[in-house]
Design a protein around this ligand. Structure first.
Ligand code: ZN
Length: 457
């Protein structure tokens, strides 16, 4: 068997560092050797001056929204700018992009994710139809473009086609939402079937399934879609992001959205509940007990003024969570970690959001629940028999170079920006090295062309 070997200064496992770390991969990029001892026979080994962490998992993305990142920050005096006005700007962007443009935007975004250390993204995909709201001849045309973009950028993807039916609880959809709409469960399941075909074009594509939110699909159809949908795939859903959404739900059915979900669906560890911002005590406890996963998108939630998830209490209850970049206003996983921790510190006036080593808690939980959101699960960060996906931090930067192993992960998580990254490895190959993406120039050229066409920046 032809093996390729790396030697890292250290490699992070759930329980701590492996030092030094020898990683041998076969020609299918599967780890076959993992040890602090060199392989017995002398083989060519790439020696890396870096610390390898598992590739981060981005559990929530709306790729097209990257085209408007940073464009909703001008707030004229006297206007009431909140989530719902941002959403109008988002619709404008959603209505503007054709399939070629959507693919180029997504490729640029995904390349940037890899540069920041993400190796897998769950694309929560609801931009399904053409600009008039008519299904494309190829039903999953836009989903196929997301998969193609991921392939170009060298990131793994879980395509999560979204069932989107309504404008609000009991309210017909807004014409500006026309590209998102499946009128019935059957229509959505046909789209899901077509999506099953498009993931075959990329060996690192998988499928999830999803209802957008309780405000976007009738309760009866939420149940029907869940019951008749595939049983083995991760199930994603936005819930309780905004106070208005909770109040609208209460006005509509006298029940809070998370409460409705917990009472009406068999919520368990297949569920990935995006945001879950506004929960009462009972919902928080039941959610943690259900073993479901929350997907937090701290930079987007902050940007949109959503509110603050009750992380400290949730963690004490044993709750599970991962992170997503959602609208892509921020793409640095370490910044998401710090926001999760710091917003708790700010509201509790205490520093101990997590018991023990906070950096280790953050990384371990994000990797484990993030993989579940992708439809994957394995026990340790790196294992023999699994693909080799890693983000590598330089071991030569001044702080970590002079830091003990005990304090290394905290130093990386709490002090680094992306300039400290040595590179990102996907399936045993450097996709980004020294900030240079292997297809970066072509991806950027295509993206720039689209930005010139859209003229929205
Ligand atoms: Zn979202």
């Amino acid at each position: 068997m032809q093996m390729k070997f790396f030697r890292f200064k250290s490699l992070l496992q759930r329980e701590g560092w492996l030092t030094p770390a020898y990683v041998g991969i076969d020609e299918k990029s599967i780890i076959q050797y993992l040890s602090d001892q060199p392989p017995a026979e002398s083989v060519a080994t790439e020696s890396v001056l870096g610390f390898a962490l598992p590739g981060f998992q981005n559990s929530h993305s709306h790729a097209f929204q990257y085209a408007m990142a940073g464009l909703a920050e001008n707030h004229p005096i006297g206007t009431d700018d909140d989530f719902w006005t941002w959403r109008e700007a988002m619709y404008q962007c959603a209505l503007a992009v054709d399939p070629d443009q959507a693919e180029s935007i997504a490729a640029m975004l995904y390349a940037e994710m890899v540069r920041n250390g993400y190796t897998h993204v769950a694309e929560f995909h609801y931009l399904h139809h053409d600009k008039d709201g008519k299904p494309y001849a190829h039903l999953a045309e836009m989903g196929e473009r997301m998969v193609a973009a991921a392939k170009t950028a060298g990131i793994k993807i879980t395509l999560v086609p979204v069932f989107y039916q309504r404008g609000n609880f009991g309210v017909d959809f807004n014409p500006r939402q026309r590209r998102f709409i499946s009128k019935t469960t059957e229509e959505y399941l046909r789209l899901l079937d077509a999506s099953k075909e498009v993931i075959k074009s990329y060996s690192d594509a998988r499928l999830g399934f999803s209802v957008h939110s309780l405000r976007a699909v009738d309760f009866a159809d939420v149940k029907q879609a869940f019951e008749s949908g595939p049983r083995e795939l991760p199930f994603h859903l936005h819930v309780s992001e905004q106070k208005k959404e909770v109040n609208d739900c209460l006005a509509f059915c006298n029940t809070r959205p998370m409460q409705w979900l917990l009472e009406n669906l068999p919520v368990n560890d297949r569920f990935h509940l995006v945001h879950s911002t506004h929960l009462d005590d009972g919902e928080l406890t039941q959610l943690a007990n259900s073993k479901a996963n929350v997907v937090l998108c701290p930079s987007t939630e902050g940007n949109l003024g959503d509110g603050i998830f009750r992380m400290k209490e949730y963690v004490k209850l044993g709750g599970h969570w991962s992170i997503g970049t959602d609208s892509h206003i921020g793409l640095n996983p370490l910044e998401e970690f710090r926001m999760i921790d710091y917003r708790q510190r700010l509201v509790t006036n205490q520093r101990n959001t997590f018991d023990g080593d906070a950096a280790q808690s953050l990384v371990n939980e994000e990797i484990q629940s993030g993989r579940k959101a992708m439809g994957l699960s394995y026990k340790n960060h790196f294992e023999v028999g699994q693909p080799f996906d890693a983000v590598v931090f330089s071991s030569e930067s001044h702080l970590v170079q002079n830091t003990s192993e005990k304090n290394r992960l905290a130093t990386l998580v709490y002090t680094s920006d992306s300039s400290r990254l040595f590179g990102t490895i996907v399936n045993g190959k450097w996709v980004v090295k020294n900030q240079h993406h292997h297809s970066g120039n072509a991806i950027k050229t295509a993206f720039t062309k689209v930005m010139r066409e859209l003229k929205n920046r």
